[in-house]
Structure formats: C-alpha cells, structure tokens
Design a protein around this ligand. Structure first.
Ligand code: TNX
Length: 756
C-alpha cells in the first residue's frame, strides 16, 4: 500500500472511530442489507488479543485491507499472523459466484468465506458496519451472513469535466462508494467544458483545454453562492490560474495521478470506467485542435456543441491516439466512448463529411455517426477492449458487441432495440438515477422504490442487463462538498437497488437503517443532505391559531429560522420548542449538521385561512371529466389553447386508455370533503401539472420536468369543492399522481363527482 493511500486511510481513521450506533432492535444497521442475516447468541469482543490470520500469501493485500478497516473503526492495530488460533479472523477463498461471501461471527472467531479476492473486500465492508462500541467495549454481534449481489455492475459516475475535483477528492469519493459495495466508477473525463486527462501526444489538451474563463454556469453558481449564503457553490480558488493577466479556471490529472487513482480503486475492489466522450461533447479538445472540427472552430448547433469532423482522417487518428493512451492507463476491460447528444448540423454542410457518406455508402448523417462509432469500436476490439456507449447508439445501426448505457427513459425504443440485437445493457435512467437532479424533487423514496426495468421490455431478455448505475453530472456542482450533498444519502438508497433483489426491498425498513448510518457519515465529515423536515410544506394552512412542531428525524440537526425574509445563519433563532402563531407567517428554516455546517434552507409559509365553503350540486354523477388536448406543451396554460381531441369519464386522476404521449389533460369536477379540516394535497407529475381548488392554485408543479412531487395544504369545509387539475407530458413517458391526506397525515381516498 503506498504512502498516500496510507495517509488517506489515516485521515479517515482519525475521523471515523466510534461510528456505528445500534439500530432499534439493538443490531447494527446494515446497508446494503445482505441476502440473509441470522443473528445468533452472544458477540465477539474485538481487542488487541485478536489476530488476523494469513495462511494464503496470495491474499496479502486483502488481509491488509481487513486490518485497515478494523483500525479505522476501532483504533486497534491488529497483528497479522500465519498461525490459526482462537480469537482470530480467518479468511478462506471458496470459489463460486462472483462477489458472494459469507461472514460468520461467534464469540470465538470471525470467519470470512469468500468466492473471490474481491468478495473479501465486500465482506470486510459488512464487517465494518457490524463493529459496535458499547460500554467501553468493541464488539461484533454474533451473526451468520450469506450474501451476494443482485447486479454484477454496481456503478457510480462522476463528471469531472464541468468542474474539476483533484485526485484526493476522487479517492475519498471512491472510499465512500466502496463502503456501500459499489464496484464500478465511471469517470467522465472529457466534455465541452474541460479536458481532464493528460495525453502525452497532445499536450495542449491539458495545457489549454483543461482551462476556461468563467462560463455562464460558473457565473450562475457564484450568484447562487451569494444569494443562498452557500459556500458549496463557490468555485474553489485553488482551481484558478492566471495567463497573460486573465483568470482561468480548471485543472487536470497527470497520467501518474490517474494511475494512483486506478490503483486505489483496485485496492477497494472498484473498476474504473473512463469516458472519453466523442464525437460530440468535444469542444474542450476542439478549442486546442480546431482543425478536428468541420469548420475549424468550436461552436454550438441548435442544442448541443459542434462535434468532431468524422470526414477527416486526421480526426480518426487523433481519437485513436488518445484511446491508445487511455487503454494503457486503464486496465478495466470496458471503456466508455460517450457518443451521446451529437449535433449533426455541421456534418450536413461539411464537404469532408459528405464525401465520407458517399465513400462509405451511408444513408445520412445518423449513419455517419454509427460509422464513426463502429470505427472506434473496431479499434477497441483490436486492443481487447469492450466499448460502452450511451443509448443514442441505438438511433443508427448498432454493432452486437456494444454495451449500451440507458439514460433516457423517454427513448422507449432503446432497450427493445438493444435486447433484440443482443447488446448488454446498463440501466441509468435519468428519471431517478441522476444525482445532479434536485433531491427535494427526486425524492429518496422514489429512488429507493424505482423499478429500473420498464414494464414494456421483454422480460425474457433481461439477462442482458449487466447492472445499474447512478450518475452525477456537475454543471452546477463546483465543489466536492456539493457532490457529497447531492450524492448522500442517495448513495445509501441506491446501493440497495444495486445489491438487493427488488422484491426484498422495503422503504420503512430501509429508512430506519439509513437513519442509523448518519452518525458514521458525520464522523467522516460527509456533507450530506439532511433528510426532509416532515410535515413542512411550501404552504401550511391553519385556522385561528396553531402550534408549529418541527421534528427532524436526525439527532443533532439544529434548526435555525428567521421570519423577516433573511437567510438564517448560525446566530438566528434556534428552534427548541413548539412555536405558537396566530397570523400568517413566512419562515426561512436552515438546517445545521452536528459539525455546524449549514445545509438546506426551507422556505415555507404558515398561512392563516378560513375554511372554504363547500357546495352541493343538485345533479351529478360519480367521477371526473377528463379532456385530452393532443399536443406538445410547455406550460399547463397552453393546454386549453389547443382543441379537445377526446373527453373521458374517470374515477380519479388516472390517464385514460387510448391517450398517447402528446397529452395535455384537464380534469374537472368536485372533490367530496368529508369534514372541516386542513387537507394536504400531494401532486407528482412528469412533466408539468397544476392543481386548483375553488379556482385557487393549490399546487404549482408546472413546466417540462422529470418526476417532481409537491405538497400543499388548504383549509376546506365539509361539502363538495370544485377541483381542476391540468397536466401535460412532452411525449417522453410521464405520469400524474394526486394524493390527499387528512390533518393526521393519513391518506384518504378522494371521491369525485361531476355535473353533467
Ligand atoms: C445529459 S447523460 C447528459 C449530460 C448532462 C446531463 C445533465 C448524457 C449522456 N448526457 O451531458 O450533463 O444530461 O443531467
């Protein structure tokens, strides 16, 4: 183990002793939960009498890893010996299914039976979570664990192009994901905004292309940092350099640093999948080598940046030269070529591209893209590598050997085409698996419960799925602190999707275990997003007066608030007991983690209301009217401007059979309110939706977006209240869901009526 890794581990050690606390049933909380866990009598007492046994020299690295993890969790530096004796930790290689292991703890010893060397690392991560500090003792409860993962590919991705994180930050990230048994790290090294990997043959890629003047995202981030008093949005000073009096922002990894990271990943049981995104997302490189583009310059087309020119032979040589060095740097058999979001406008006008199309007998620019990808893939194959590419590869003809990474849930043909063709697939739909999307919208529970295999795919083909992955794109994530904020605790929830069988996952059970993991995240200094403050909505309604109670589920989270519209800081009023109010009050609440770091700001109104009076229509029939306006809309207000294509009667808010993706739906009728009370409405949709009751906007969830759920409250008197819900989908596979809760938080089944 080299010195740097040792140093890194020591830092983690100092910060991580005494981390585990007991779950409610007084057993440690395991995440991801193993396949089978049988708690048995007693416990093993970890002490300096414990020996780690090394009988098989080939396991030296793994045994050292066990030693390091125990040191991190207990402070004990245990000797490694070759003699089997009592009070020891024994490791046996058994062969068998990849990544499977068993871990048996009894009062005498601890035995790891692992199928492969890597499984020893996985077993050790479980062992880490079992170590408990209790009454001055360090114990491991007796247990028999048999474990194996659901998926062979358990990936986490990080985009280091939009903003750069140095090798130490990346290694810390790797350490964190390894704890939750991820085994693939997808390193998005190049993109329009910066080139991050040293390529010896093309030094300008890092001398020039790794740097930029602040772009529009950067300026937005600086504004956000100021507006929200949030230092995580600041662009780190250490990433600035000055060239001829101009400030430039960026950074890159030398090849030695890349190797260091790859070695560290290997020591944690993680394969590194580098991505060199081409032929699009290349303006970083084109900035240094403009001759590689069609018209010798960087630029943007309608939506995406101008790509490389596949008509020029020198472009192909350039790409292969780069890949050659990448192959040398990264031992993993898979390499990612990107191939997403390619703007083809230049290709249509470029004489080189048009000549290539004629020479190769290609039908059009889409086929030119496929031709380019295949050229590269042949080069991969010559070099014994397998190519991964984004799902856009199914838009042209795709070779049988490509592994497709599915990210666009609205690209409904991608999976069927890939399965039909026999391609392997990795699932990373952005509806749930994009950790750059805001957490309040893409909730943890949605992520935890998401079934990543769409119902429309042929279930006999799913053995082509290699596994699952979550991606962190970093346009708006300038610091590692913000990466951690976006990724935690999502990584914990997602680890169970990657590791456990769907049918064994249960949100409430996970939620409890997750709560028990926060102290260890605290000790590691992870800048996680504290969980939501339950029962606080954008608008909270009350009648007469109310007592506000805020109970954060995590111990040690401080809530400080203001009522004058200013952003709370660590001097603002501290919430210690229920707050009584009798007028409409606007609160800004800020959460502070136990280490004092500031986290989310909750902007919320407690609104004094009178019960809206109900009505009693004379003639009515059960259900709601639902008008389908066919078309593509950007806001719900546009829906009614297009004609009604069909009118339906529905029992509740459901999408009627026969309505296609180009839908604007307007539901109208009355909701039956059983008694005078404050009701909470929860409206989730993909894309936009708005809920009106008695003509007032209750929830505004408008605009084109991936799944977002918003809650709002209103005081309603017994009776029928006019309700209208407008929803649209931009033909990319959406949904709409309305839930109603009474004042105790119990969901009620809404009854609707319509007037003829
Ligand atoms: C789509 S996923 C992209 C990225 C963006 C990301 C933002 C993919 C292949 N392309 O370039 O950063 O969305 O969420």
């Amino acid at each position: 183990m080299n010195r740097l890794i040792f140093r890194l581990l020591t830092i983690l050690l100092l910060s991580s002793i005494c981390t585990n606390i007991l779950a409610n049933d007084s057993k440690p909380a395991l995440i991801p939960y193993p396949t089978s866990v049988e708690w048995t009598e007693g416990s093993y007492s970890l002490s300096n009498k414990t020996r780690i046994i090394l009988t098989d020299r080939s396991l030296e690295e793994e045994i050292k890893f066990i030693k390091e993890v125990i040191l991190q969790e207990s402070g004990l530096s245990l000797p490694i010996t070759s003699k089997n004796k009592e009070q020891s930790i024994i490791t046996i290689l058994t062969g068998g299914e990849t990544d499977s292991y068993s871990l048996i703890v009894n009062p005498k010893n601890i035995t790891i039976e692992a199928s492969t060397k890597r499984s020893i690392l996985l077993a050790t991560q479980t062992l880490r979570q079992l170590i408990v500090h209790k009454d001055g003792e360090i114990i491991i409860p007796s247990v028999i664990i048999n474990d194996k993962p659901e998926w062979e590919w358990r990936g986490m991705h990080l985009d280091v192009s939009r903003h750069f994180y140095d090798k130490n930050e990346v290694m810390r990230f790797l350490d964190l994901i390894a704890r939750y048994k991820f085994n693939k790290f997808h390193w998005h090294l190049t993109d329009d905004q910066g080139w991050r990997v040293e390529i010896k043959k093309y030094p300008e890629l890092t001398e020039v292309s790794a740097w930029r003047e602040y772009n529009k995202h950067d300026l937005t981030l600086l504004r956000m940092a100021e507006k929200e008093h949030n230092t995580n949005y600041l662009l780190p000073e250490k990433r600035l350099r000055e060239v001829n009096g101009t400030k430039q922002y960026g950074g890159y990894y030398t090849q030695e640093e890349i190797q260091e990271v790859v070695n560290y990943a290997t020591s944690l049981g993680i394969d590194v999948l580098p991505e060199i995104d081409m032929p699009g997302h290349m303006s970083g490189a084109i900035a240094s080598y403009p001759e590689l583009s069609c018209f010798n310059s960087t630029g943007w087309g309608k939506v995406f940046s101008s790509p490389l020119c596949p008509g020029k032979d020198k472009t192909l040589d350039f790409c292969k030269d780069i890949l050659r060095e990448i192959f040398d740097l990264f031992p993993f058999e898979y390499i990612h070529l990107g191939a997403d979001e390619v703007e083809k406008i230049n290709w249509e006008k470029c004489p080189h591209c048009q000549e290539r199309i004629i020479q190769e007998g290609l039908a059009n620019e889409k086929e030119l893209q496929s031709w380019f990808v295949k050229e590269m893939e042949n080069f991969f194959i010559e070099n014994d590598r397998k190519m991964v590419a984004w799902d856009e590869v199914t838009e042209g003809s795709i070779s049988k050997t490509t592994t497709m990474m599915w990210w666009r849930p609205w690209a409904r043909t991608a999976l069927p085409i890939a399965f039909e063709n026999g391609n392997k697939v990795i699932l990373a739909p952005n509806s749930t698996n994009y950790f750059d999307f805001k957490q309040h919208a893409n909730t943890l529970q949605d992520l935890y419960e998401a079934n990543l295999i769409p119902s429309y795919v042929d279930s006999t083909k799913t053995d082509l799925i290699l596994g699952v992955q979550a991606n962190i794109w970093c346009e708006y994530i300038p610091s590692m602190e913000q990466v951690e904020y976006m990724a935690f605790p999502r990584i914990l929830a997602f680890s169970e999707t990657a590791w456990r069988k769907e049918e064994r996952k249960e949100w409430n059970d996970f939620y409890q275990r997750m709560i028990n993991h926060f102290p260890s995240l605290d000790k590691l200094g992870v800048n996680y997003r504290p969980l939501d403050l339950p029962g606080v909505f954008g608008v909270n309604a009350f009648v007469d007066n109310t007592e506000i109670v805020w109970n954060h589920p995590l111990k040690g989270i401080e809530l400080r608030y203001t009522t004058d519209g200013t952003i709370p800081n660590n001097q603002s009023s501290l919430y210690t007991k229920p707050i009584e109010i009798d007028t409409t009050t606007h609160f800004m609440i800020r959460m502070f983690r136990p280490n004092g770091s500031a986290a989310d700001i909750i902007n919320t109104i407690y609104k004094k209301e009178k019960y809206r009076i109900g009505v009693y229509p004379e003639v009515s029939s059960p259900g709601l009217r639902c008008d389908w306006h066919e078309g593509i809309f950007n806001r719900v207000a546009e829906i009614e401007q297009s004609p009604i294509k069909e009118t339906y009667k529905v029992e509740g808010i459901t999408i009627p059979q026969g309505v296609n993706g180009k839908r604007g739906l307007i539901y109208t009728g009355y909701i039956n309110i059983p008694k005078d009370e404050i009701y909470t409405f929860s409206l989730g949709s993909d894309d936009g939706s708005v809920l009106y009751i008695n003509g007032e906007t209750i929830i505004d969830n408008d605009g084109p977006h991936s799944p977002i759920t918003i809650e709002g409250q209103v005081a309603l008197a017994k009776g029928f209240h006019p309700i209208k819900l407008a929803y649209f989908d931009m033909n990319n596979g959406g949904f709409v869901k309305l839930q109603v809760f009474d004042c105790k938080g119990n969901e009620i089944e809404a009854q609707y009526i319509t007037r003829p």
